[in-house]
Design a protein around this ligand. Structure first.
Ligand SMILES: Cc1ncc(COP(=O)(O)O)c(C=O)c1O
Length: 448
């Protein structure tokens, strides 16, 4: 079985050990110093002035829109464009906050909204903001989209939950809009179990994001920020300030576990991105020779931090065959995110405005994806390559000679052997089974 992902963490065993030690000696586990440290380090990684940590990527999306509403930059009834190939909790807050979602089509071969898709929607209708998703680690021509939004006075925000580390020649994804969200849920580029972030260069947005994150109060602002809000709110004593609530907020706070894991996992992120890219290039070299499949165009992308490998078939009929092929090879596959979001039950329940989305329909009907992560072994990659290859006339399997990349600490074969050893030790500890089978598995992996 090749699952969507194998581990919760990069360098899993060591991370779990360090996490256990951290929990045992920590004097406080609610949001505090570790979270602040992670925010600082992540802002530096992303090249943003501010990073605000949340308990999930979905929370980060909700907080960005609530922030724009609290600051009056968006008003109830404003129309918000969004990528029609996205995740449910990208669109749900648009509806929840009384804004009107306007689906913008995606280009099948880039899986994303391109500037011409946005231009086409703008020719038909107006929008006040564009909430663009960088899907599966890919992105559209974000520099042109940013320019288009600037010319039309449209607020651009990014959902970068699936594209941490991807770069266009004009910059990293997640740095084109006035804010961008990130997710650290398991199976993303780095995991804090649950977790999310918003990056921004705008101090007033950062301040409001902190208010929105924690009950609408000012406790996480610096002194000058607190003074400002207390003066505006006529809050005159430290006693009253403890429970003064300045604007609409939630409790979307992370914990110190999130912060600790974030700092810990960030050290492995560059290696992880490099291995994902290298895996992608190997798999792509087989997929592009297969005339059943449409080739994904990444020529405008400088660094591909691939989230998962997309398989886009030429027709729905062909997809049926490939779904069967991957399932028979025991490869876990998924639909292309939420597919055409307009077809989702929640969307049909709450939204009355629908748009033609031929590109997203194509992706919805003809696509699926499988996982790409550093723990894929040579045997895994060979299996994936044989699933992606054009079936030959004799119907035999095609073996690839791919050797997985070894960057820094990531040697996928050694990681698999270590994982097997870990299982063996757990089995021994629990006393449930003899370790013979696990040992054999470990030897098999090591001898590959
Ligand atoms: C594009 C996109 N946005 C938002 C989210 C939500 O992130 P989380 O699961 O951390 O809430 C996801 C989750 O995978 C996602 O893929």
């Amino acid at each position: 079985m090749i699952p969507l992902m194998k581990n919760a963490f990069l360098n899993e065993r060591q991370t779990k050990k360090e996490l256990a030690e951290f929990i045992c000696q920590a004097d406080r586990l609610s949001m505090s110093r570790q979270c602040a440290r992670f925010e600082e380090k992540f802002a530096a990684f992303q090249g943003a002035k501010q990073a605000i940590l949340f308990n999930s990527g979905g929370s980060a999306n909700l907080a960005m829109l609530q922030t724009l509403k609290n600051l009056g930059r968006l008003k109830t009834g404003d129309r918000v464009g969004f990528s029609s190939l996205t995740w449910a909790t990208n669109v749900m807050p648009i509806i929840q906050l009384g804004l009107v979602p306007v689906a913008v089509d995606c280009e099948p071969v880039t899986l994303n909204v391109m500037s011409y898709n946005l231009q086409q929607r703008l020719d038909q209708t107006s929008i006040r903001a564009m909430f663009i998703t960088n899907a599966l680690g890919f992105a559209g021509d974000l520099d042109v989209i940013r320019q288009l939004c600037k010319e039309r006075n449209i607020i651009l925000i990014e959902d970068n939950c699936e594209a941490l580390g991807t770069e266009l020649p004009a910059g990293k994804t997640g740095s084109f809009g006035i804010m961008a969200s990130f997710s650290f849920f398991v199976a993303h580029h780095m995991s804090t179990i649950e977790g999310g972030m918003v990056c921004t260069d705008d101090e007033s947005l950062a301040e409001m994001l902190k208010i929105v994150r924690a009950n609408g109060w000012d406790r996480n602002l610096d002194e000058a920020g607190q003074r400002k809000w207390r003066t505006m709110g006529n809050v005159n004593s430290e006693f009253d300030a403890k429970y003064a609530f300045y604007d609409l907020g939630y409790n979307l706070r992370p914990t110190e576990i999130t912060g600790f894991l974030g700092c810990n996992q960030l050290q492995y992120l560059p290696d992880n991105i490099a291995v994902r890219e290298s895996n992608y290039i190997s798999l792509e070299s087989v997929a592009k020779e297969n005339t059943d499949l449409l080739e994904i165009d990444r020529t405008h992308i400088k660094r591909l931090s691939n989230f998962a490998f997309p398989v886009l078939c030429k027709s729905a009929e062909i997809r049926k065959r490939y779904r069967r092929r991957f399932s028979e090879a025991q490869v876990e596959i998924r639909p292309m995110i939420a597919g055409n979001i307009q077809a989702q039950p929640f969307y049909r329940k709450y939204v009355s405005e629908f748009h033609d989305l031929p590109g997203t329909e194509k992706i919805h009907n003809c696509g699926f994806y499988f996982g790409n992560y550093p723990e894929l072994t040579r045997a895994d990659i060979n299996t994936l390559c044989s699933c992606l290859a054009m079936p030959n006339e004799a119907g035999e399997k095609i073996e690839s000679e791919y050797v997985p990349a070894k960057y820094g600490q990531f040697d996928p074969d050694a990681a698999a052997a270590e994982a097997a050893l870990h299982v063996e030790q757990n089995v021994l500890r629990s006393g449930e089974k003899r370790p013979g089978r696990v040992n054999r598995k470990k030897k098999e992996i090591l001898s590959q």
